[in-house]
Design a protein around this ligand. Structure first.
Ligand code: SF4
Length: 392
């Protein structure tokens, strides 16, 4: 164990963020994620005796797959709550009764983000779940009546839902709920290397509109969300991250089998220990962990996901603050970042299959399947080579 060497990277003993992938089983069939085709065997999924070995964290995200497929989710949440100051569950919003029961017990001590990918038709098409929107909305409205506060929408913007994303944002705002935006990534975790945009103009326009609107808010949290949305625009244009990535330095992912990884966004899985067989400190201060940190520091994927961004925004707050002074205080309009020559996440590679062809037609209900075949609507005259011309 080489604690002092690792400490210079980690700031021993603080771990800011842990993403807990409880299972790779999933009942959704999203077009941008193939996890559902690679389910874990429940017998191989670690339980609370292993989760109790997790370090103390500022925040933890309990995710999947679909975490509500874990029969012991309540027990897992109880254990993770003891390790993390803040716990948020990410779910596809299908399991109404189970979700409500969990929040009846844990109330405002945990949060929830439901992946809703658009208005009802778009959401159900993207997720391959009939009535998926209805169920997710029922969960949110019921939790709202129950007085649960840390709840909201999570949306991954792509060609298919670029227009709907704005409606969802407005709906979340009207409901007084959080709206967490993301966009397409390719990685081993998603089992996808063919997520692509046909045309980023629609997504850029939506993200720009949301960012400008968030800046008008009276809540400082919304101003930083505006910066995050600007970071998404920057990512879509293929540019280097606005903030460095320091996964594995003070944040980690844990797989359903206990493997510890820097992140879920690399092309190939990188593991630097297993919590089932090792103690946390032996993993975190190991030579393998330092090798992973070196890989992160030299990683060029430039992804922009909340897991690898939120703690960097806090640590390097001068950067978002400088952006806010410019755009919030001096009201300088937000510009769409310039388009880079290539995209490290391949999402702008026009040689590959379009997003519509990555939909899982054969697994969708008949009516939805038919609508998929009609393909994507691409705005006429959109010129993704010149995103600066996006009208806002
Ligand atoms: S930029 Fe960071 S989060 Fe993205 S793949 Fe590289 S190490 Fe992982």
């Amino acid at each position: 164990m080489s604690r002092p060497r690792a400490a210079k990277y980690t700031g021993y003993p603080r771990v800011r963020f842990g993403s807990i992938i409880t299972t790779y089983r999933c009942n959704a069939k999203c077009n941008m994620c193939d996890i559902w085709q690679h389910p874990t065997d429940p017998k191989t999924e670690i339980g609370t005796e292993v989760y109790s070995k997790l370090p103390e964290m500022d925040a933890a995200n309990v995710t999947g797959g679909e975490p509500f497929l874990r029969k012991d989710l309540d027990d897992i949440v109880s254990v993770v709550k003891e390790r993390a100051k803040r716990v948020v569950i990410s779910s596809n919003g299908w399991h109404v009764e189970k979700t409500l029961a969990l929040f009846e017990k844990h109330g405002n001590s945990i949060g929830l983000r439901l992946s809703i990918e658009g208005l009802p038709k778009t959401n159900d098409e993207i997720r391959g779940m009939r009535d998926g929107f209805d169920r997710a909305l029922r969960i949110l409205t019921t939790l709202n009546r129950m007085g649960v506060q840390d709840i909201g929408f999570g949306l991954t913007i792509q060609d298919w839902n670029a227009e709907d994303a704005l409606e969802l944002y407005s709906l979340a705002k009207m409901m007084g709920m959080e709206f967490a935006s993301a966009t397409l990534h390719n990685s081993f975790y998603f089992h996808k290397q063919d997520n692509k945009f046909e045309d980023t103009a629609g997504a850029l326009k939506t993200l720009h509109t949301i960012a400008e609107d968030l800046l008008k808010s009276k809540r400082p949290k919304d101003w930083f969300r505006a910066y995050f949305n600007y970071g998404l625009m920057n990512y879509l244009q293929g540019n280097p991250r606005l903030l460095p990535c320091r996964m594995a330095h003070d944040a980690f992912f844990i797989e359903p089998n206990g493997d510890i990884m820097p992140c879920n966004a690399m092309d190939k899985k990188m593991t630097f220990g297993n919590l089932r067989t090792e103690a946390w400190e032996d993993i975190w201060y190991s030579q393998d962990a330092e090798t992973a940190r070196e890989a992160v520091r030299s990683c060029e994927k430039n992804c922009w996901m909340v897991g690898s961004v939120s703690q960097e925004m806090k640590k390097r707050i001068h950067k978002p603050l400088a952006w806010l002074v410019k755009h919030k205080v001096f009201r300088k309009p937000i510009q769409v970042p310039a388009l880079a020559q290539h995209h490290p996440n391949y999402i702008l590679d026009r040689g590959g299959p379009p997003a519509a062809e990555t939909m899982h037609h054969e697994l969708l209900p008949k009516g939805i399947r038919k609508r998929h075949r009609k393909g994507l609507k691409v705005e006429e005259n959109a010129d993704p080579a010149k995103p600066e011309q996006v009208e806002v």
